[in-house]
Design a protein around this ligand. Structure first.
Ligand code: UDP
Length: 497
């Protein structure tokens, strides 16, 4: 971890000032959401907050809801350009372009912004005393260096996801990846046991990360992931959206490598003593930032369903599905004969809702609600929701844990495989679907998880209730995450002296 003692912001100024965190997440929902929740928690403990969005997202958020990015006393929203041209935003590789563009063009605007805020000290804002970054924006560690302030990284995956991403380098160096040819994707090679990741049980190679599935020796994604994770060692502290009881072994092992690990999760809106506001879907305090319009009618539909009867189906903000998988899923849901709320995000499948198979909507219309986007945390906490069919993104997984809802997992990218491995085998709160969806398996898993009459479904519901209670204890006054957050705030304050 780096030493931040030298500073180009005048030390005298910093000594006088209160802690002021400038938070900059990679500009997508999976990074913005937890970073905003952390920002709210820091603000609630007296830290000044500057939350930085890209101009593009800021405009989207402002258009959606005027007040969303207005800020309040001690909590301001600021913007930096993302450097993308409009036509690049629509490109299939827009996330890669965004990543590269931020790296090449966003450092100087961030430095300028922090200096501008410092120059405004007389108007109520103390100078920026630290940067809090999400994953994928490691270039901003240099921004912190230039400003002479420490940086903290909120790595948005599970601790096990982080440990696996760190070890991508060794997997590459030891020849596990890239794969020799395409047959290795299906010939059982991905079942190779990996038993040397400290703090973790033996896991399948294929579950370590999606990035091992490459045939390309120069795979860009693989290099980016391993570099981004390993660059956390340059930060003053690592912040994880998990709690000690959930991942104790792997956290213990990570502490050998990262002396300052702050486990402050789950950051889900209902944790840390916050009350979920039914009207706008976020905890008390700053407004939630949803880049898409949330369909409020699905909540009314849920109100009319019996308790525990509804399967909620959603694949987060990035997953893209093939028409074949969409069809198998759709007919599996139809065969399950249970009510379901399905988020078919624009971009989930080419053609969106129109890509659903013929006859599916008419066959299921009495027990289905299809939304383009919803207030997921509220949905998961609704008494009608009994299970979650998910892509196992870490935010979705933790939101489900916080709501005591068991999962059916269909991972496909990055840390989703290892999250799903832990959900199913370590925490006992989920069933996993095969990579190629089959309608019979979808229907069978829904029945197993949601059906009555005891058995595994009953057991998983009990375990889910247990983990929910543990998440609540961790974030309650005196719990492990509460104490860890205290330590983080204390560290931020120390850094200003
Ligand atoms: N989400 C939402 N409404 C939806 C679907 C998803 O608000 O209809 C939110 C969800 O609550 C979560 C985030 O989008 O906070 C998705 O993050 P996750 O890490 O699960 O997946 P990613 O989008 O990064 O793949």
């Amino acid at each position: 971890m780096c030493d931040s003692s030298s500073s180009s912001l005048a030390m005298g100024e910093r000594r006088r000032a209160a802690a002021h965190a400038m938070l900059f997440p990679f500009p997508c929902p999976g990074h913005i959401n937890p970073t905003l929740k952390l920002a709210e928690l820091l603000h609630s403990r007296g830290v000044h907050v500057t939350f930085v969005n890209t101009e593009h997202n800021h405009e989207r958020l402002r258009r959606r809801r005027e007040g969303a990015v207005r800020g309040r006393e001690g909590f301001r929203f600021e913007v930096v350009p993302d450097g993308l041209r409009d036509e690049e935003r629509a490109a299939p590789d827009s996330t890669v372009r965004l990543y590269l563009s931020l790296r090449s063009s966003c450092g100087a605007p961030l430095v300028e912004l922090a200096r501008r805020v410092a120059a405004e000290e007389g108007r109520g804002a103390p100078p920026v005393t630290c940067l809090v970054l999400s994953g994928l924006v490691s270039f901003a560690l240099d921004v912190a260096g230039e400003l002479g302030v420490p940086a903290f990284v909120l790595w948005g995956t599970s601790a096990c996801g982080f440990a696996c991403t760190l070890r991508l380098r060794q997997l590459r160096q030891r020849g596990y990846t890239p794969l020799k040819d395409a047959s290795y994707l299906t010939n059982g090679y991905l079942d190779t046991p990996i038993d040397w990741i400290a703090g973790m049980p033996t896991v399948r190679l294929g579950d370590v990360s999606s990035f091992v599935r490459t045939l390309d020796p120069t795979s860009f994604a693989l290099r980016v992931e391993e570099d981004e994770a390993n660059s956390c060692a340059r930060a003053q502290g690592l912040i994880l959206n998990t709690f000690d009881d959930l991942e104790s072994d792997v956290l213990e092992a990570l502490k050998d490598e990262f002396p300052r690990v702050y486990t402050i999760g789950p950051l889900a809106a209902a944790m840390h003593g916050r009350v979920v506001d039914r009207a706008n879907g976020h905890g008390g305090g700053a407004a939630g930032l949803s880049l898409w319009e949330e369909d409020a009618a699905c909540m009314t539909w849920l109100d009319a369903q019996p308790s525990g009867s509804v399967l909620y189906v959603s694949f987060g903000s990035l997953t893209v599905m093939s028409p074949d998988n969409i069809a198998e899923l759709a007919w599996g849901l139809a065969e399950s004969r249970r009510p379901f709320l399905w988020v078919v995000r624009p971009g989930l499948v080419a053609g969106g809702i129109n890509a659903l198979p013929d006859g599916f909507v008419s066959e299921t219309k009495d027990r289905c609600f299809i939304a383009e986007w919803c207030a997921q945390e509220q949905v998961l906490r609704h008494r009608a929701v009994g299970a979650f069919l998910t892509h196992s993104g870490w935010n979705s997984s933790t939101e489900s844990i916080c709501s005591g809802v068991p999962m059916i997992c269909w991972p496909g990218f990055a840390d989703q495989y290892i999250n799903s491995r832990y959900v199913c085998d370590e925490w006992g709160i989920g069933l996993r679907l095969d990579e190629e969806l089959r309608r019979e398996q979808v229907a069978a898993h829904v029945e197993e998880l949601m059906g009555g009459g005891g058995g595994r479904g009953e057991e998983m519901r009990r375990s889910a209730a247990k983990w929910k209670a543990m998440a609540e204890s961790a974030t309650a006054n005196g719990g492990s995450s509460y104490v860890s957050l205290d330590k983080l705030v204390e560290q931020l304050r120390l850094e200003t002296e």
